[in-house]
Design a protein around this ligand. Structure first.
Ligand code: PEP
Ligand code: MG
Length: 863
């Protein structure tokens, strides 16, 4: 018999079918962000206590409760998924906070029919949110097994002295000194990554100033403490890791902190010109600011600062307010995780990273402790959170460090979100803006900006903030001209009633408060010229892109499914160069059947109205996984069975997909493309399969069949591939990864994994040469929309570029200003350069993107 002082048994809270937590269709549970555990798809109608303990939290919406054992282990029982939306309908709680329960006692009854209507699933996770000094053993039940109510489900054992030794806070202590290379300093996103490293390697990780200063150290679990260290590029620091995998954790942390960030992620490096703005000569009546997002605007200044939601000042006691706060934090954490997943799926990495950083900050134990202390002093959860974040925001603002000050808006965002959750109000609607307004605020939170951006403000001026703030990144992503760090004078000026239209010049970095009619007219002309440039590009988007030297380049769209196909058609796409069919296979329990696939492919084809549509067959493996395929875990998935290699082990998947594709009309517009091809035999095999299927279906036509060039072997053997293929398309994302041996998912290598590396360019050249006179070559990787790489690709001989639908007008416009023959004359010089940085520099000079006319392009249209 097990010793109860050393073993904690959790009984099944309900009869049901076991679902591994990692397979729960909710990223928060599946990603184990709340802790380890298991889930049950319930067959009964009541949840029971899995062990003895005290109820320490009941959700207002009755769908979740937390139980704490005498030993301090905390367990979350979450009835169904997305059940919070039901607002308690169909759920009856039989306990309340503070109740002591025995294992098997009923906790809540539920009506499965009511829940099934409103929730996304009834699957009920049981999660160990606080293991204390206990260790969860791997579950004995496997997926699909039926468990009875009260049956032993999970076992936790007390961590032994030896295990403690191996655990994070014990084990060998090691240190490493380094110099921070992040241009924007240790800001929220790298801080969040540092915390993820500590968790991944199970170590206690601290960052200390170097030389050592009393008290100047921070545990990476606290983002605020980390950022309060005020580390900027060039700061010397010491990492201290404790745990058995400390060495590996230090390696990962060092790589993160000593590798400059990718250009677009190192906010402020792309367009912001922090210092020049203040050095420039100001005219009377002008305010200077830092350029956070380039552009021009005129219009009235409108002050925007929605008040914080109201929350009671006094609390109802610690036992009520403390669980209330935890519940609100969990809910916002869920929301942020979902927003991150959504942004990732929508191809908005900058936004996804911001949500991830906010999520990490929300879990900062220091912030929670500050709020808890105020709850103990009698404040309500909302008031306690408000005060804790006010105090933190003041600390950051007073730090004298621009980078930290720029994080205040993020804190305010978290302050507002949690207070809204605690006040029971809905997020207030964004204030209504008059047309063409230039928004003024002390600082805006990222979610405030997202909310007002839908009303298309003409510009944005912030008295605070910084070029590295998340709101600056979002303004750039949305093309809203924005100046920041303009000081109190901005707010004073904005409140001046007599102010008419102002001029926001976020190219020079100034705001003219009282422009003369003449100045307004001049600015209106400049804005009009830019608008016309963009409009000309949009108006000509449906025309072919013909270069100055007479080459026609097809500009097609990269899409994920039928919905985007409509967008592509409206944006002037000459076809679809890449339909990533795997999107149709993601977020499901099983692969879509033939009819579902056919419907999607047909809709895409119909939207493009006879223009070619290239459907790439399922590209799974490496960074893209489908849980239901149960692919074996291998040490190097990027070098494993992925893309076309999958058909050896999963032939039925290919058969179904090919049948679905062969079912659409007109078949002549449809092309099939195979991912990750490394030799001609792979193409031959699929062509044979296609022949057999088409013959079985009695088809007289055959779709064209092409191969992606994503690995060096394919590029070097392009001629033999081209003999078998009807077209080739270069996937520069993977080709760059495999040529440079740099993981495309590794943020530490992001700035170096550049398609303009001469080695990658030589492989592209080899592909074009191999395919010459055999078949056309396109590019569907992201290099096709890179304003420097795209002209070079065309000069190298590529016939077609495939880009995001929104980029089509600008890419076409740029191509119309390009003399490919003149650029081609410089290819030998470019390919002889030693690295990507040199190629970028030289190409920039040759293409004169800074609006100086060059022999190769007329001024590049930025639309
Ligand atoms: C590529 O590798 O460049 C490509 C287009 O494929 P994906 O990005 O989907 O891997
Ligand atoms: Mg690829």
């Amino acid at each position: 018999m097990s010793d109860p002082s050393q073993t904690l048994i959790l009984q099944s809270p309900v009869e049901g079918i076991v679902v591994p937590l990692s397979e729960v269709p909710d990223p928060v549970f599946a990603g184990l962000s709340l802790g380890e555990g298991i889930a049950i798809d319930p067959l009964g109608g009541c949840l029971h206590a899995p062990c003895d303990g005290e109820i320490v939290q009941c959700a207002r919406t009755r769908h979740a409760l937390t139980l704490r054992t005498d030993a301090g282990v905390e367990l979350l029982l979450h009835l169904g998924l997305d059940t919070v939306e039901l607002e308690g309908q169909g759920i009856e709680l039989m306990v309340s906070v503070g109740d002591s329960v025995r294992a098997g006692d009923p906790l809540c009854r539920f009506d499965a029919d009511v829940l099934a209507l409103g929730a996304s699933a009834l699957i009920t996770p049981l999660v160990v949110t606080e293991p204390a000094a206990w260790h969860l053993l791997p579950p004995r039940h496997s997926k699909g097994e039926r468990v009875a109510l009260g049956e032993e489900l999970l076992v936790l054992t007390r961590t032994s002295a030896e295990q403690d030794e191996a655990a994070t806070t014990k084990g060998p202590l090691m240190e490493r000194c380094l110099t921070l290379a992040l241009a924007a300093g240790l800001h929220a996103r790298p801080a969040a990554r540092l915390r993820a490293i500590a968790r991944e390697y199970g170590v206690n990780l601290e960052v200390h100033l170097e030389p050592a200063t009393e008290g100047a150290g921070a545990n990476v679990e606290s983002l605020s403490a980390l950022m309060n260290l005020g580390l900027v590029a060039g700061s010397a620091l010491r990492l201290r890791a404790q745990g058995t995998r400390g060495e590996a954790a230090l390696d990962a942390a060092e790589a993160l902190l000593t590798t400059p960030e990718a250009k677009e992620h190192a906010a402020g490096t792309t367009q912001a010109v922090p210092t020049q703005a203040f050095e420039k000569e100001l005219e009377t009546g002008e305010l200077a600011g830092l350029i956070a997002s380039q552009g021009l605007a005129t219009g009235p200044l409108i002050v925007c600062r929605p008040p914080l939601p109201s929350v009671p000042y006094d609390g109802e006691g610690e036992s009520v307010e403390s669980p209330r706060l935890k519940q609100a934090l969990n809910r916002i954490s869920d929301d942020l995780a979902k927003a991150e997943v959504q942004a990732t799926h929508q191809g908005q990495p900058a936004e996804a990273e911001i949500f991830a950083a906010h999520g990490a900050w929300l879990e900062d134990p220091n912030l929670a402790a500050e709020a808890e202390a105020r709850i103990s002093d009698g404040r309500s959860a909302g008031q306690a959170w408000r005060e804790a974040l006010d105090a933190e925001a003041e600390r950051l603002a007073a730090s004298g460090n621009d980078l930290l000050a720029a994080r205040v808006a993020d804190l305010r965002d978290l302050q507002r979100r949690v207070m809204v959750a605690l006040s029971g109000d809905n997020q207030e609607a964004a204030p209504e803006l008059p047309e063409g307004a230039i928004l003024v605020a002390e600082d805006l939170t990222p979610s405030e900006l997202v909310a007002v951006a839908d009303q298309h403000p003409a510009g944005l001026c912030l008295s605070g903030g910084g070029t590295t703030s998340h709101v600056a990144i979002l303004a750039r992503a949305r093309g809203i001209p924005c100046l920041v760090a303009m000081g109190q004078a901005l707010l004073e000026a904005a409140h001046e009633a007599a102010l008419g239209s102002v001029i926001l010049d976020a190219e020079k970095g100034c705001l003219a408060l009282k422009p003369t009619p003449m100045q307004l007219a001049e600015m209106a002309e400049r804005i009009e010229a830019r608008r016309q440039q963009a409009e000309t590009a949009r108006a000509a988007a449906h025309e072919p892109a013909i270069t100055l030297d007479g080459r026609t380049v097809e500009v097609r769209a990269n899409i994920g499914g039928a919905e985007e196909a409509c967008l592509a058609a409206a944006s002037g796409a000459d076809g679809v160069g890449l339909l990533r069919s795997e999107f149709l296979f993601l977020g499901r329990d099983s692969a879509p059947d033939e009819a579902t696939q056919r419907e999607e492919y047909q809709a895409a084809l119909t939207a493009l109205d006879g223009k070619p549509v290239i459907i790439r067959t399922l590209d799974i493996g490496a960074d893209k996984q489908l849980p239901y395929l149960r692919l074996p875990t291998v040490p190097n998935p990027a070098l494993g069975v992925r893309g076309v290699r999958l058909w050896q082990s999963q032939p039925e998947l290919l058969e179904t997909q090919l049948r679905a594709i062969l079912g659409v009309t007109p078949l002549k517009a449809l092309h099939i493309m195979l991912p990750m091809v490394s030799e001609a035999a792979e193409l031959r095999e699929v062509r044979q399969r296609l022949e057999t299927l088409a013959a079985e279906l009695g088809l007289s036509e055959r779709p064209r069949l092409g191969a992606m060039i994503e690995v060096p072997s394919a590029a070097l053997c392009a001629a033999s591939l081209a003999d078998e293929a009807d077209f080739l398309s270069i996937g520069t994302n993977d080709l760059t990864q495999y040529t440079l041996a740099m993981d495309r998912e590794d943020p530490a290598l992001a700035s170096r994994a550049d398609v303009l590396h001469p080695a990658v360019l030589r492989l592209i050249q080899a592909t074009v040469a191999g395919a010459a006179k055999r078949c056309p070559v396109g590019v569907c990787g992201s290099a096709a929309s890179d304003e420097l790489a795209a002209p070079l690709l065309v000069a190298l001989g590529v016939d077609e570029l495939s880009v995001e639908p929104a980029r089509i007008p600008a890419v076409k416009a740029a191509l119309r200003h390009l003399d490919t023959a003149a650029l081609a004359a410089n290819i030998p010089e470019l390919l002889a350069l030693p690295d990507a940085v040199s190629v970028r520099l030289r190409l920039g000079e040759l293409l004169a993107l800074d609006n100086e006319a060059s022999p190769i392009t007329t001024p590049f249209a930025r639309c």
